[in-house]
Write a protein that binds this ligand. Structure first.
Ligand code: UDP
Length: 240
């Protein structure tokens, strides 16, 4: 259930599809990784084969950006909707509360990660929080031991990309108790309320990029990846 754009895999599963697949994998004691894919990352992957490998080795490459959905539509692909990193995290939090899977939060500033957990606990009072660490902690080996000993089954890593994905790749063998890893970028900032999501109307129309551009014009350079990506995908012959 994947499509490939410029050599990068994208999963066709919905939120529900990923959760039900994950349940089976957890039962089989398999580890899974979730990575958000957007035009910016696919362009980086074209220049950097290590990044490409990192993305393609993940269990689920979710179509975070509207750009990937557009690409699928332009090429007659089967991707039906986006699966955003922040909504995937929200779905996993509900799953964790429901199944009582302990969750560990690693990343962002101390105040941010604390506030994010407070808000998450307001929404899911029964969620088991195994622990948290801010993203500026320097002792990686000690942190890995702490997470492994915490009993966490789900780990969110919020260090930005590709730092968080490299961290997961480097440490997942040592974190055998953790079954689900998601690199979530700025999502703790969203859950903490420090960063506001785009208003619903922008989200509904798939125009979050426009909202972000208006609120912070310095993102223009990053966003130029979207037309470059679409142009290259259109030139590409085969996506299957
Ligand atoms: N961050 C961190 N440690 C670092 C660098 C970044 O914890 O060494 C955090 C930062 O505080 C922010 C998140 O990583 O919460 C980066 O979010 P951003 O939106 O830049 O990530 P993206 O989703 O764009 O990759």
């Amino acid at each position: 259930m994947k499509e490939t754009y410029l050599g990068v895999d994208v999963s066709l599963l919905t939120y529900e599809g990923i959760i039900s697949d994950l349940e089976n994998r957890i039962q089989r004691e398999e580890q899974s990784t979730i990575i958000a894919v957007n035009p910016e990352k696919i362009i980086t992957a074209q220049k950097d084969s290590a990044v490409k490998k990192l993305i393609n080795n993940a269990t689920y490459q979710i179509a975070d950006g509207v750009g990937v959905l557009l690409a699928s539509k332009l090429k007659g692909g089967n991707l039906k909707s986006r699966v955003t990193g922040v909504d995937m995290m929200a779905t996993l939090l509900a799953f964790a509360a429901n199944k009582q899977h302990p969750v560990y939060f690693y990343g962002a500033k101390e105040e941010t990660v604390k506030l994010a957990i407070e808000n998450i606990q307001k929404e899911h009072p029964s969620i088991p929080v195994a622990g948290y660490t801010n993203g500026y902690d320097k002792d990686e080996a000690a942190l890995v031991e702490r997470i492994q000993a915490s009993g966490a089954k789900i780990l969110f890593v919020a260090l930005g990309s590709p730092k968080q994905e490299l961290w997961i790749e480097r440490n997942m063998d040592k974190l055998s108790n953790v079954k689900v890893f998601q690199g979530v970028g700025g999502s703790f900032d969203v859950f903490s309320g420090t960063v506001k999501r785009a208003p619903a109307i922008f989200r509904k129309l798939g125009l979050e990029w426009l909202y972000r551009l208006i609120s912070s014009p310095s993102r223009l350079k990053r966003q130029l990846n979207l037309p470059i990506f679409l142009f290259r995908v259109l030139k590409e012959k085969n996506n299957k």
